[in-house]
Design a protein around this ligand. Structure first.
Ligand code: PEP
Length: 255
């Protein structure tokens, strides 16, 4: 079964020209000649996480790719106002979920323990988790990146044993939305380290590591060309369907 590796995270935004323009004119127009089967196969590594309120609209226009949520509740059900459960996102057609995004950590005080609870729910419910980790600028400047990531991974993964597939998204906080990025070579080395830690702590073998933080058309391919960079999580640039598609095409060319 294929799974998303180039993922659009719209956050609490909608494409400026609207969802139908994003899909029909920016995304599909250059693939118009492809039939349904071809589209399904071509877009098998694409994932989109719109605000959950707009998922149905997107799905009626886009019958290819994978759909995900930007977060899930750490609870299964009940009196948890504002939360959306794993079962609810499955019911809406989501096959994967971002968890532990730095904006959840910053604005909703999510800790590694909370992320670990969400990870367990994803694995239990067969939702592909996209687990976000990353260091702040100070840690990066002090050369502490690997220690910080190791600590995050140990706290999130220590009690996990699973044969399910999972994705870790390495997202340096200082790179998100800033236009700055580490070099592709640096990211490549960090991803190797992440893979080694997850495998040693959690006994999970089926893992992909994707990069997120100011990925744009201009820099995407340099990341995709690296051996340990399996894809990308894309915020700002994904709001433009044409740019997101160009990034996706670059990814497909490096396979
Ligand atoms: C993100 O928030 O996950 C992200 C990578 O954002 P951007 O691409 O805008 O840096």
């Amino acid at each position: 079964m294929s799974h998303p590796l180039v993922i659009a995270n719209w956050k609490m935004n909608l494409p400026s020209k609207g969802i139908s323009e994003w899909v029909l004119n920016e995304m599909i127009s250059s693939n118009e000649e492809k039939d349904f089967e071809e589209k399904t196969s071509f877009f098998k590594f694409m994932g989109v996480c719109p605000p959950i309120s707009h998922l149905s609209e997107l799905k009626t226009l886009m019958n290819f790719g994978h759909f995900g949520s930007q977060d899930i509740s750490r609870f299964q059900d009940g009196a948890k106002t504002g939360d959306i459960s794993a079962d609810m996102i499955i019911d809406r057609g989501c096959t994967f979920s971002i968890i532990g995004h730095s904006e959840r950590r910053e604005f909703h005080n999510e800790t590694n323990d909370v992320v670990s609870e969400k990870l367990k729910i994803c694995l239990e419910k067969n939702i592909l988790p996209v687990v976000c980790i990353g260091e702040c600028l100070e840690d990066y400047n002090n050369g502490d990146t690997l220690d910080v990531l190791e600590n995050q991974l140990k706290e999130i993964f220590s009690s996990i044993i699973s044969e399910n597939k999972l994705i870790v998204a390495y997202e340096p906080i200082w790179a998100i939305g800033s236009g700055k990025t580490p070099s592709a070579k640096e990211v490549n080395n960090i991803h190797q380290h992440i893979k080694d830690i997850v495998q040693s702590v959690a006994n999970i073998n089926d893992i992909n590591i994707i990069y997120g933080g100011s990925v744009k058309r201009e820099n995407a391919k340099t990341f995709f060309l690296e051996k340990n960079i399996d894809g990308a999580l894309i915020g700002g640039a994904s709001l433009n369907g044409r740019e997101f598609l160009d990034i996706y095409n670059d990814f497909m060319e490096t396979l």
